[in-house]
Ligand binder design. Structure first.
Ligand code: FMN
Length: 215
């Protein structure tokens, strides 16, 4: 079978659940919370992983990152502020987040703008990370070209040597959190015959308005 035949024949059916607008919580954060709990119980792999889409000039760019908290309604992830995404966000704060929970046949889309989180929140989360991840964050010039795997491992060893003997490691200034202030949520539940349920929440003047979208 060639690649295109394989692709054309890959076809799943979506029949696990339904989503009615009347059953949705009026607050999308609570609806997100309900579905997230289901994703954890439903044994979705990495349920906090989402595609973060940013804008680079007139080009969209996407990559997976991990949701690490929701603080005062804002969704927080951590990364390298000097990375490609970091400079994209410095130029354009608009982002889209896309979660896929395939075992539940669910997708959630969120749109909003980011701000760097308070340094104390980043410090607090950095302190909770495993030491190896802390050293990795200190060592890696995320998104920059490196000549080889050996060079990368050399950077890790260098950072590890600097950390040697320190019980607690300080967060490097190039690493920290961003908080997404959402203005749009969409909850997608796969249904039979591609007649999926889509419930959108749009924030207008501080009020969330719900509507159903065609699949
Ligand atoms: C499952 C998974 C989780 C990831 N989590 C993060 C994360 O929380 N933060 C992060 O900076 N990169 C994370 N990455 C790596 C990013 O996808 C990406 O490679 C990196 O952030 C560099 O992106 P950029 O060059 O566009 O800035 C993750 C990748 C995967 C596959």
């Amino acid at each position: 079978m060639n690649m295109n035949e394989t692709l054309e024949n890959l076809r799943g059916s979506y029949r696990k659940a339904a989503l009615d607008i009347n059953d949705c919580d009026k607050n999308p954060e609570h609806q997100f919370d309900n579905w997230f709990k289901n994703a954890v119980i439903g044994e979705c792999d990495e349920p906090n992983a989402f595609t973060l889409s940013t804008i680079s000039g007139d080009r969209p760019r996407g990559r997976i990152v991990l949701l690490k908290g929701i603080h005062e309604g804002k969704l927080v992830f951590y990364t390298n502020y000097s990375s490609a995404k970091g400079s994209e966000l410095a130029h354009n704060a608009h982002v889209a987040m896309t979660f896929l929970w395939l075992p539940l046949q669910r997708q959630i889309r969120i749109e909003g703008t980011v701000q760097k989180v308070d340094a104390l929140l980043s410090d607090d989360y950095f302190a909770k990370r495993p030491r190896g991840s802390q050293i990795g964050a200190m060592a890696s010039p995320q998104s920059q070209k490196v000549a080889s795997r050996e060079e990368l491992e050399g950077l890790f060893l260098e950072a590890e040597a600097k950390a040697n003997g320190k019980v607690e490691l300080t967060r490097p200034p190039h690493w920290g959190g961003y908080a997404v202030d959402p203005v749009y949520f969409e909850f997608w539940q796969g249904r039979d015959n591609r007649m999926h349920d889509r419930i959108a929440y749009e924030k207008n003047a501080g009020v969330w308005n719900l509507s159903r979208l065609a699949p």
